[in-house]
Design a protein around this ligand. Structure first.
Ligand code: 5GP
Ligand code: SF4
Ligand code: MG
Length: 463
């Protein structure tokens, strides 16, 4: 998901809409904005893309969200079904007044907390993990909203970057490990928070710094007050943000460079670790493109766009018959035949999850006349699900969790297959190697989850 907040600026909701546009890649399922005008809260949430809900043609939607403070969300479902009641910001009337919350991440003890809350009288309006934070806040014994909210967060485990709007202003915070990103910016005096710096660029704001792991800021108008409610811990930001999730023009704050530069460095490292004799390097667009540029530059093998991607193939596209869908990837990707025919190619993608994409694309390259297809992957094998807000399927469906390298190579029918090593990935981030206490969360590759996984443990004992 993606989150964005603006405070201390007239028409804050219009800025939030711009920011959400820039964060669209983080969630295409639904979008919403809540504003506060000094007296009343206003919310508009809808299924679909930001541009459909908050477009120029739909000025009404923005005009109906007056106020100088607002927060918004783009959704990509990881828990809770796809329904309007789960679309954020979630809103509740607490004893201190209205409270709107937008969340990126996933709470890994949400089910356990929900069971306890429901048993003792809470009535949930959604199936979203985020709603547990609202109930815990409402029930806290502290006497100010801020301290109630902090009290609630102390009971929550997992990943959360949050932006909230209350009668007092805006609150933004990041979980103690900083698993999901959150950055701070200013547009003139106005205070902006966003999942990625690209949203600051698009909203005309200047990047100030990241919200630090475990930091909570209270914004009243244009004033920022920083709190440190949690005991200090070594941060573990998600490494997969740099591999796949973030937009390449965002800043990879913990690496001190752009995400694009990190991806190119990953590609260069991959070329050193897994060289191959070939005629051209081809990315699986768009996710494999920066790594392929790095691979091509490091290896000296020419880079070509041997696959063209349709930018009109959304996730919400209604699939035709099964038969047509099976040939399906051509809706999204098509071979650039003249480039591919008669060539030995290196194909670069960011990751293999189920193996569907690689399998289809290798075949597509062969159909287009490639003589050899060597697949190179810009991340280590994805062997474990993410419980922190990235939608990886259960372990049984992860190709690398169930097959050896040789079996995977057979499965996707490539001439060869290689993944970047774990140390290589950290080298691309500018570190010597992974280290005993890694600087990032890499659990989907390593299996070392940086938090307890209460709900997952409960599920396993129930099985
Ligand atoms: P597979 O086809 O192996 O299941 O998935 C690999 C492809 O999915 C890669 O091209 C990669 O860019 C993309 N991918 C990796 N992680 C995610 C994710 O969390 N969400 C979505 N929508 N795509 C992903
Ligand atoms: Fe990121 Fe993977 Fe950790 Fe999930 S498990 S937060 S995707 S590194
Ligand atoms: Mg992809």
């Amino acid at each position: 998901c993606g989150i964005f907040g603006a405070s201390g600026v007239d028409g804050a909701a219009a800025l939030v809409a711009l920011g959400l546009h820039a964060l669209q890649h983080r969630g295409q399922e639904a979008a919403g904005i809540t504003s506060f005008d000094g007296d009343h809260f206003h919310t508009h949430r809808a299924m679909g893309l930001v541009g459909e809900t908050f477009s120029q043609q739909n000025e009404e939607a923005i005009r109906a969200l007056p106020g100088s403070v607002a927060c918004g969300h783009v959704r990509y479902a990881t828990t809770g079904e796809t329904a309007l009641r789960n679309v954020q910001p979630l809103f509740a009337e607490l004893s201190e007044g209205g409270f709107a919350i937008a969340h990126n991440g996933n709470i890994s003890n949400a089910l356990r907390l929900r069971q306890e809350l429901v048993r003792t009288g809470s009535i949930f309006q959604s199936t979203s993990d985020t709603e547990t934070i609202i109930h815990l806040t409402a029930r806290s014994n502290y006497d100010q909203l801020l301290y109630k909210f902090i009290d609630a967060l102390k009971r929550v485990e997992g990943a959360y970057s949050l932006v909230c709007v209350t009668r007092e202003g805006m609150i933004a915070c990041r979980d103690p490990l900083g698993i999901r990103p959150l950055v701070l910016g200013r547009r003139g005096d106005a205070v902006i928070v966003a999942s990625e710096t690209v949203a600051l660029d698009v909203a005309g704001a200047e990047f100030i710094r990241e919200i630090e792991p475990g930091e909570l800021i209270v914004v009243k108008g244009t004033e920022i007050e920083s709190h440190r409610p949690f005991p200090p811990r070594a941060p573990r930001p998600c490494i997969f943000e740099y591999v796949y999730f973030s937009r390449p023009d965002s800043r990879a704050v913990s690496a001190g460079r752009s995400v694009y530069a990190v991806r190119k460095a990953i590609g260069a490292q991959l070329a050193m670790e897994a060289p191959v004799e070939a005629d051209i390097v081809i990315p699986v667009p768009d996710s494999g493109t920066p790594a392929a540029i790095g691979y091509a530059q490091e290896s000296g093998i020419p880079f070509e766009l041997g696959i063209i991607r349709s930018h009109y193939m959304g996730r919400t596209f209604i699939q035709p018959t099964d038969e047509i869908r099976h040939e399906g990837v051509r809706l999204k990707h098509n071979a650039n035949r003249d480039i591919v025919a008669g060539k030995r190619i290196v194909l670069i993608d960011d990751s293999i999850v189920r193996g569907t994409t690689s399998h289809k694309i290798v075949q597509m390259m062969r159909d287009a006349g490639a003589t050899e297809v060597h697949m190179r992957i810009a991340s280590p094998p994805t062997k474990n699900p993410c419980f922190y807000g990235v939608d990886t399927p259960e372990k049984a469906k992860l190709l690398a969790a169930n097959k050896s390298l040789e079996q995977m190579t057979d499965h996707i029918k490539a001439d060869s297959l290689a993944f970047i090593s774990m140390d290589g990935l950290y080298k691309a981030l500018g570190e010597a190697a992974r280290g005993e206490e890694p600087s990032h969360c890499d659990a989907c590759f390593s299996g070392e989850y940086p938090t307890t996984l209460t709900d997952q443990r409960d599920r396993e004992t129930a099985d």
